[in-house]
Design a protein around this ligand. Structure first.
Ligand code: NAP
Length: 314
């Protein structure tokens, strides 16, 4: 929904990197709910905005802001979000919402005390097939789930050293997108059972992972993550039920029921929908912080066997 009555929210963006340029800036420019006022990034700048090297200088010396959108990697997000919330700004954060579950819980508490909105966004939940998948599964009994999230790190994250550093999530950076979808579409909670996490010899975070989960009715859920997939890339979730099968492909953009493709409303992209939601949350004085995908990743790290692989360089 577009906010037509209220004044646009004055927004600052923090962390001008790939996702900020590819998705956030176009979505903000197209929205009547927000007006971009400033950018804060250690090195990067935007041509047509006041630029600051940190959130602190943006808040101290920049234009008046109502809200900020944080697009930095998860490590260090906590300090940035904390500064914004303490200054009374509404905050939207990219996925994953933080480097740890505990830091995001503390942020939630601070946002509540300060009376501001905290929106921990999950962009994949806004993919075209997700709402329809949730509706189709709502009354069905799931018997098996297979998730394959296999992409080429060199294509999608070129030179992003942080992603394989400690706290960078490694292959769980894209993998958490799959978990954000399954936690949204499956009617029951997921439980992590065991797994294998593969870490290159010269890195701290995984390049591949095989995780076994289950539903409370013991239906198995297989999570297969690979960052070294060349050629055809796959971001698929297959769900078997006692009354038909569901397949989401292309990260949730396409939906197939019993093999036949569903016609979906593709008018609005994931990021315009996220900014609509952020605006609505601010207007309604609500926060939205669903920690389940992050908790599942943390649990996978807790129970998995860690295997060393050959060194990886971009
Ligand atoms: P990126 O291209 O590396 O950009 C992040 C920017 O944040 C950097 O350019 C950097 O700009 C700034 N930054 C601040 N602290 C940093 C640090 N400690 N290490 C590295 N950069 C730091 O990363 P991205 O792909 O945009 O990802 C950012 C977030 O968006 C991640 O949480 C990711 O999961 C999420 N995301 C990414 C994609 C994608 O396709 N790339 C898709 C959806 C969501 P300065 O050097 O100027 O500070």
């Amino acid at each position: 929904m577009t906010n037509t009555s209220a004044k646009p929210l004055r927004l600052g963006i923090i962390g001008v990197g790939k996702i900020a340029r590819d998705q956030h800036l176009p979505a903000i420019a197209a929205s009547s709910d927000f007006i971009l006022m400033a950018a804060a990034s250690r090195h990067a700048t935007l041509d047509d905005q006041p630029n600051f090297a940190s959130i602190e200088t943006m808040l101290a010396d920049g234009p008046q802001l109502d809200a900020v959108s944080i697009c930095t990697p998860p490590g260090g997000r906590d300090r940035i979000a904390r500064a914004a919330i303490a200054a009374g700004k509404h905050v939207m954060i990219e996925k994953p919402p933080g480097a740890t579950v505990s830091e995001v819980v503390a942020l939630q508490q601070l946002a509540s005390e300060q009376g501001v909105t905290l929106f921990a966004s999950w962009h994949s939940r806004e993919a075209a097939g997700v709402d329809a998948a949730r509706n189709w599964l709502a009354q069905r009994i799931v018997t098996r789930v297979a998730i394959h999230w296999r992409e080429d790190i060199r294509v999608w994250h070129p030179g992003q050293e942080w992603i394989l550093a400690a706290g960078g999530f490694g292959v769980f950076d894209p993998g958490i997108n799959a978990l954000s979808i399954v936690t949204a579409i499956l009617p029951q909670a997921l439980i992590v059972e065991s797994g294998t996490i593969v870490v290159p010899a010269n890195r701290a975070s995984p390049i591949a992972a095989q995780i076994a989960l289950r539903l409370p009715n013991d239906a198995p859920v297989q999570l297969d993550l690979d960052f070294l997939q060349t050629g055809k890339q796959s971001w698929t979730i297959a769900v078997e039920t006692t009354s038909g099968t569901l397949l989401l492909t292309e990260g949730g953009k396409r939906l197939f029921i019993d093999g036949a493709e569903e016609i979906l409303d593709l008018d609005t992209g994931e990021y315009p929908r996220l900014y609509e939601r952020f605006s609505a949350l601010v207007r309604d004085r609500q926060s939205d912080v669903d920690l389940r995908p992050l908790q599942l990743v943390a649990d996978a790290f807790l129970v998995s066997r860690h295997k060393r692989a050959v060194s990886f360089d971009f």
